[in-house]
Ligand binder design. Structure first.
Ligand code: ATP
Length: 571
């Protein structure tokens, strides 16, 4: 299929602000995309050339593209750089300067970008520029526009995974049920390319057969929260209490000699934890498996240390030195597949049994501490002991029949009960930064406050909740541009909903997540979170707690969760 055909659809999508129109346009296109190309098409719609877990990184910033565009357009680099400064969108610059006939196929674009991603070592930057230049020479203006945006990772379409899955459901039938099956399959196989190609080749039957594959991360099951600990006994009969360790979630995959570690965002973090890899190799029996646990920093006596410590292990350099300086213990709590058998449909206690049979404990790798009970007083006692032990609280997991692993879902099979809730401290929210306001006075020259949003899963978009200006250290403020500017957009991203009153000085594509506390949720006409009749929810007195590099935007607090919090307060 020609790249131009795809670009024409991308343009149509970019022009519409209606989610439904976007979905329909996508669906019509996907219905006629050949099975050989549909996987690539879906990746490109999401602004990527591979799934996140594949760690395919183009490593190209606008600065690298400027010489490629200049050479392809036979213009001076200075002129292109000047134009980019004015327009702020490298795609528009390229479209303005490049005007060939447009002879690229989607396959050629995709394969060349993969070759570019695999180009490493000395001289690789020049090599990448050359390959980009050769692609650009074959581009019509519209192709140049989307190719350049794709390359820098900012397509500006506002079409997320959920919209693409809905479009696939429309294109290949199945309606609501089809969408449900597609979402369930995506939670087990978070690779939109595989999902789309399986659907096109084998229909919904093929989609329902998608299972856990070692080496391909499964989207994590998440926990609900309650406002009173007694709700736990109301929601489940057999309560499997586990400590809620305050560390980094790790999904361990092993096949033969090969071991992978994936983060909660499904990044491959194997190289960061050579100590965990070694512990898995020597302490977990089995030819192949997928196991989950929490990696927690520990001191020399084995005491648990808070989250900030383990976060220092997130590094590419000095890995061995930091492994010695900040040792970790992996507390394993789930088993998703073992020796070729998928276990996500099995009940929790069956999965735990498998772990108990398989894991040999040491100070580096242990089973999560567990208590199975039906009584609230046991749960409370377990919570108190867990807090004393240095955990964040407890996870109460359903131990009754029907306690499958619900991939990618925040369901009632897992409930978290944390220290903060017990002490009636203020709620925390994970919000996505979608804009910033320029600073004044002490903060002049940088950002003074950030516009934060929550995620609306139904509409696949981000709705504003608050303007965040406090809780930043001086170092946080200095680091903000470095953290945010690569996601900057001169126009409002299409998947961000904001009222004119809150319009920020700069917009960001929703990527960066931070955790905040706030005093109170109120109704507000200037925020759009969970809005009805023009009145949204706003968080008063927000304060930054920490950045959540371990979360991506779609894992932020959702509008459904907000609504549930409000409901609890008033009933
Ligand atoms: P929070 O911000 O409260 O940590 P979250 O949004 O990161 O929550 P939740 O689904 O609310 O994630 O809580 C589950 C997280 O708790 C898991 O992602 C995991 O990292 C951590 N965790 C710690 N101990 C356990 C355990 N025993 N079982 C499951 N998850 C655990």
């Amino acid at each position: 299929m020609r790249f131009l055909e795809l670009c024409n659809v991308l343009q149509a999508i970019e022009k519409t602000s209606s989610q439904l129109a976007m979905q329909d346009a996508l669906a019509r296109f996907l219905a006629r995309a050949p099975a050989t190309d549909i996987g690539m098409v879906c990746h490109i719609i999401l602004g990527e050339i591979a799934s996140e877990f594949e760690d395919v990184n183009l490593g190209i910033a606008e600065k690298t593209l400027i010489p490629a565009i200049a050479h392809a357009a036979l213009t001076e680099e200075k002129a292109i750089a000047g134009m980019f400064k004015k327009k702020g969108d490298i795609g528009l610059v390229a479209a303005d300067r490049i005007d060939s006939k447009g002879s690229l196929s989607i396959r050629e674009v995709f394969d060349t970008l993969h070759t570019i991603a695999n180009t490493t070592g000395s001289g690789s930057q020049a090599e990448k520029t050359k390959k980009l230049e050769s692609l650009l020479r074959k581009c019509s203006p519209i192709e140049a526009r989307y190719l350049c945006r794709l390359v820098v990772g900012n397509l500006r379409l506002g079409a997320g995974t959920m919209t693409t899955l809905s479009a696939l459901a429309i294109a290949y039938g199945g309606g609501k049920d089809g969408k449900f099956d597609l979402e369930a399959a995506y939670n087990i196989c978070p690779d939109i390319g595989i999902i789309a190609e399986t659907l096109a080749r084998k229909g919904l039957k093929g989609i329902r057969n998608i299972g856990v594959v070692v080496g391909r991360p499964v989207r994590s099951m998440l926990a609900q929260r309650v406002s009173d600990i007694s709700e736990i006994t109301a929601r489940m009969k057999t309560i499997v209490c586990e400590e809620k360790y305050d560390g980094e979630r790790v999904q361990v995959h092993k096949r033969g000699e090969r071991i992978w570690l994936f983060s909660r965002r499904m990044e491959d973090i194997t190289n960061q934890y050579p100590d965990i890899v070694e512990a898995v190799r020597t302490q977990i029996r089995g030819k192949s498996f997928v196991i989950e646990g929490e990696a927690v920093a520990v001191d020399s006596k084995g005491n648990l240390l808070p989250f900030q410590h383990v976060m220092q292990r997130r590094r590419k350099h000095d890995v061995a030195a930091y492994a010695a300086k900040i040792p970790v213990c992996l507390f394993v709590f789930d088993c998703l597949s073992y020796n070729g058998n998928t276990l996500i449909g099995a009940d929790l206690l069956v999965r735990r049994k498998q772990l108990e049979k398989t894991v040999k404990e040491s100070s580096r790798l242990k089973l999560a501490k567990q208590l199975v009970t039906t009584g609230l007083s046991d749960v409370e006692e377990f919570f108190n002991v867990s807090i004393e032990h240095g955990s964040e609280g407890i996870m109460a997991k359903k131990g009754d029949p029907g306690s499958a692993y619900q991939a990618g879902t925040r369901g009632w099979n897992w409930i978290k009960w944390k220290r903060e809730y017990a002490h009636n401290l203020r709620d925390t929210f994970d919000v996505v930064i979608v804009g910033a306001y320029r600073g004044r006075g002490k903060r002049a020259g940088g950002y003074g406050a950030l516009l934060c949003a929550v995620y609306n899963e139904h509409e696949d978009r981000y709705e504003t909740l608050c303007k965040l200006g406090s809780g930043f250290t001086d170092a946080d403020l200095v680091a903000l541009p470095k953290r945010l500017d690569r996601y900057m957009s001169l126009i409002q991203p299409k998947n961000v909903v904001c009222t004119p009153a809150m319009k920020p000085d700069v917009w960001f594509s929703p990527k960066v997540v931070c955790e905040i506390v706030g005093a109170e949720l109120t109704n507000s006409p200037i925020h759009t979170a969970s809005a009805s009749d023009g009145i949204g929810l706003a968080l008063r007195f927000p304060r930054l707690m920490r950045f959540r590099n371990d979360k991506d935007a779609s894992q932020a607090t959702t509008t459904d969760e907000l609504r549930a919090m409000v409901k609890k307060r008033f009933h």
